[in-house]
Write a protein that binds this ligand. Structure first.
Ligand code: NAG
Ligand code: NAG
Ligand code: NAG
Length: 365
């Protein structure tokens, strides 16, 4: 015979189990309390679930595409009141994504995180709306070393980087901006990035050489060592070189892979490449011959997965220590699959791939 309390339990259990099975917590922390991910997709989400993340060092918060307008009332809170709490947070990496955020709220979040140990910030799939707060009297935001912005639109257009910069302590080393609606920064308002060594503008297929000239504000990136321009719609090496020269940047590494590069016209004006440039990546660029006008000396030149039909002659190549030519048709006359492997890699890259495929179709036509 089953005793009363047990009977009660048996009655209660199935509905409870049912509830547990269908409503998942918006936030989940891993066993080591390192990574905490919140995905607030529910129409009436339980925001308090985010308290689970206080001990995590990597936090990812997604808003389920909702508008965060209702939270703008918190933008006025003086963060000094909570400074001790913020200092106690362990978060080093924060990702905020998938929402419509008032600029007032976003910038007040930055101000609030000023006393935190936050080091890497990623903003992803956001629409930043409404007016920007007045510039702060002093820099109150976090001391980031890395900032990534992917698919974020800003009500203020090209002024966003200059505005954001005012809230960040200097010291930013890495800046990634992908799928940006506008990279035409208002250079007059932009301050210098004295420590920025890596600028990654990859995955902006509509950028092209003109857009690059607008994005690289002259003399704002004096410490630049790496410039990544993967899949940015660049077509001519001369145009890229001219943009670098105009901006006065001196990258050591330049990544131009996954761009539909055209052969340079022999009469095109030559540009002087940055003297520090030692590594150039021209892989997956649809090149049928080694382009004219490469830097005279390089340590690394990556030409893998192009369409070279014969071995490059020494006089076509710059002085280079490490030359990578794998995946070109001339190395694979029997079509044993190397080139196909390159095409598969290209397609796997999505956006980048579609550019090359288009170019491929054009060259077949
Ligand atoms: C968040 O949840 C939605 C809906 O369940 C899902 O489509 C999306 O992939 C999730 N995002 C992440 C980062 O887990
Ligand atoms: C870009 O972000 C918007 C929200 O601002 C979202 O609706 C859209 O799906 C995102 N696009 C991609 C390619 O993820
Ligand atoms: C060049 O770029 C390709 C594709 O983006 C990448 O796979 C490769 O590792 C890069 N080469 C070098 C030498 O970094």
């Amino acid at each position: 015979q089953v005793r009363a309390p047990c009977r009660l339990l048996l009655l209660l259990l199935p509905p409870l189990l049912h509830v547990w099975a269908t409503t998942s917590e918006p936030c989940e922390v891993d066993d080591d309390d390192v990574r905490c991910v919140c995905n607030f997709t529910d129409p009436e989400p339980d925001w308090s679930s985010a308290f689970q993340c206080v001990g995590a060092t990597e936090v990812e918060i997604r808003g389920g595409g909702r508008s965060l307008k209702e939270f703008v009332k918190f933008a006025g809170i003086n963060p000094k009141q909570y400074a001790d709490v913020i200092r106690a947070l362990r978060v080093r990496r924060l990702t905020v994504g998938d929402a419509q955020v008032p600029a007032l709220l976003l910038f007040s979040l930055l101000r609030g995180l000023g006393s935190s140990r936050l080091n890497q910030l990623t903003l992803e799939d956001l629409e930043v709306i409404g007016p920007t707060p007045p510039p702060p009297l002093e820099v109150t935001g976090p001391a980031l070393s890395s900032l990534s912005i992917r698919n974020v639109s800003w009500a203020t257009g090209g002024a966003w980087l200059a505005e954001l910069q005012l809230w960040l302590k200097p010291g930013l080393k890495v800046l990634n901006v992908a799928q940006a609606p506008s990279l035409a920064f208002s250079c007059a308002d932009l301050g210098t990035f004295p420590s920025l060594t890596t600028l990654d503008l990859s995955d902006n297929p509509g950028l092209d050489e003109r857009g690059l000239t607008a994005a690289l504000c002259p003399n704002k990136f004096p410490a630049l060592q790496e410039l990544a321009l993967r899949s940015t719609g660049m077509q001519t090496l001369g145009g890229v070189c001219a943009a670098l020269a105009a901006a006065g940047v001196q990258p050591h590494h330049l990544d131009l892979s996954h761009n539909p590069l055209r052969a340079t016209a022999p009469a095109a004006p030559r540009c002087i490449w940055p003297s520090a440039l030692s590594s150039l990546n021209l892989s997956f660029a649809g090149l049928e011959q080694v382009p004219i006008g490469l830097p005279a000396e390089l340590s690394v030149l990556d030409l893998r997965c192009n369409r070279l039909n014969r071995e490059p002659r020494p006089d076509e190549l710059p002085k280079v220590r490490d030359l990578i030519l794998a995946g070109n048709p001339y190395l694979d006359p029997k079509n044993s699959g190397v080139v196909t492997a390159c095409e598969r890699l290209t397609q796997a890259l999505g956006v980048s791939g579609s550019i090359l495929l288009l170019q491929g179709a054009r060259s077949l036509a």
